[in-house]
Design a protein around this ligand. Structure first.
Ligand code: MG
Length: 223
């Protein structure tokens, strides 16, 4: 699926998903647990839209990995595109919010980091981008003050608040659009708080973002 779904009352609107721009190390405590420097400009990488799976989907672990990690993230939908968008105008370009997972092949990523190679395989494999239903910006009182939580088989692993993000949404949109044009349907995965860890076949992952919604996916091996 490469479609954006909106939750809510009345009709369901659908939009085609574009590119997925992800921030790395956007929470200080996560940068620390990864033994990485806290960035002074956003760390960016991409996932293909083909990596998206909806609520209720199954993450398929590819045979090249034995260490797949969950990363719960607030996801920002671009509703109105732009190039070099100023911070002051950035929030007008937001079309919605959802809870998402940036699933990561941690062993493949560690090997890529060691060799100075891109993260594409570790981050862009099929099913690596579970996404919940979007809500319109009007439904979210303050996107920089939302509790975010992830549980595996009912056990809480990640619990934080979007106020702990290093870079705010305005800064992300301004920075990203100064490098690559943002288009309607593009998604920004805004980074994960601390508490990332492995999942195994048979696990159920549930993630929630306050005022936005929840997402439940299962985990299996790719055959
Ligand atoms: Mg992430």
């Amino acid at each position: 699926m490469a479609e954006i779904r909106f939750a809510g009352t009345g009709s369901t609107t659908m939009m085609r998903a574009g590119k997925i721009v992800c921030l790395g190390r956007n929470y200080i405590e996560h940068a620390k647990e990864m033994k990485a420097d806290v960035p002074t400009t956003p760390v960016l990488f991409l996932k293909p839209a083909s990596a998206l799976i909806p609520d209720g989907g199954t993450i398929l672990i590819p045979s090249i990995s034995n260490d797949v990690h969950h990363e719960a993230e607030m996801v920002v939908l671009i509703g109105t595109g732009g190039t070099s968008i100023p911070e002051a105008d950035a929030m007008r370009h937001v079309g919605g919010y959802a809870i998402g997972l940036d699933m990561t092949l941690r062993d493949v990523q560690a090997d890529a980091k060691k060799k100075g190679l891109p993260w594409t395989v570790a981050k862009g494999f099929d099913t690596s981008a579970p996404i919940g239903s979007f809500v319109r910006p009007e439904a979210v009182p303050d996107p920089h003050n939302l509790d975010i939580r992830l549980a595996v088989n009912g056990q809480v692993r990640q619990q934080s608040n979007t106020r702990s993000m290093i870079f705010r949404i305005e800064q992300m949109i301004a920075h990203i659009s100064s490098i690559m044009t943002l288009e309607p349907g593009d998604l920004i995965y805004t980074g994960t708080p601390e508490g990332v860890g492995p999942v195994a076949p048979g696990d159920t992952i549930t993630a929630e973002l306050q005022h936005v919604g929840s997402l439940t996916v299962s985990v299996a091996r790719r055959s």
